[in-house]
Design a protein around this ligand. Structure first.
Ligand SMILES: C[S@@+](CC[C@H](N)C(=O)[O-])C[C@H]1O[C@@H](n2cnc3c(N)ncnc32)[C@H](O)[C@@H]1O
Length: 209
């Protein structure tokens, strides 16, 4: 059985940030798996689709079944190598069955928007998890880029950072809906963030640069 699971990144939202290779794989696949928003953006009438919801087991069962006769393309947001369904797929299928096609990560785009290189930044995820205090603690010149979620957001994360030695007047950049028409990039400070609108799914960048 030579069929493959193709995990294609779709970028942070706008078609401008999906790689041509990922777009080709998505367009040419008979079987397409992805979140509802990705399916409504990319699926056509000829494709068999399966929406990814909280029920990951059903998605894995669907992929396993379809893989017997077809390649299966799984769309994930941003880049597949950065906090996506890739790990679940790796746990359930042999590596030689999987082909990963990169696209631009929301984290990459956030740093690009600030004209800031990210090779020295600490990159952490608060998406469904909490980094350790050791990872979060303040050190001189440290810059942290963070994925967020509903619970760990632009109001709760600054408090966690301040309890880990960061000063309230440290610069905080909130990058919300990157690449969409209603994208917002807001410069504030850790202390002020509690007093402005809350942003849930966004990228936060903390540090003075
Ligand atoms: C499960 S992670 C997926 C990350 C993805 N693999 C990537 O490389 O961008 C989802 C989180 O990514 C961030 N994110 C995804 N798209 C975004 C966007 N367009 N603007 C800002 N943050 C975004 C948010 O923190 C969101 O909660």
């Amino acid at each position: 059985m030579n069929n493959k699971i193709i995990i294609a990144g779709i970028g942070p939202g706008s078609i401008d940030y999906i790689s041509p290779a990922a777009l080709n794989a998505i367009k040419s696949s008979n079987i397409l798996v992805g979140g509802r928003r990705a399916l409504s953006q990319f699926a056509n009438d000829h494709q068999v689709t399966f929406p990814i919801t909280g029920d990951i087991k059903s998605a894995v069962d669907f992929i396993r079944d379809k893989l017997l006769t077809n390649n299966v393309c799984v769309m994930v947001s941003g880049d597949p190598g950065y906090y996506s369904m890739l790990n679940v797929i790796r746990k359930n299928f042999p590596a030689q069955t999987i082909k990963v096609i990169p696209s631009i990560s929301a984290m990459q785009l956030a740093f690009a928007k600030l004209a800031l290189s990210w090779h020295n930044a600490t990159l952490l995820s608060f998406h469904g998890r909490r980094p350790t205090d050791e990872e979060l603690k303040f050190t001189d010149n440290k810059i942290i880029g963070m994925l967020t979620d509903g619970e760990f957001n632009s109001q709760t994360i600054p408090k966690i950072l301040m309890s880990n030695g960061w000063c309230g007047d440290t610069k905080l950049t909130i990058c919300h809906k990157l690449s969409y028409e209603d994208e917002k990039i807001i410069q504030t400070t850790l202390a002020e963030a509690a007093h402005i609108e809350v942003f849930k799914h966004c990228i936060l960048i903390v540090g003075d640069f």
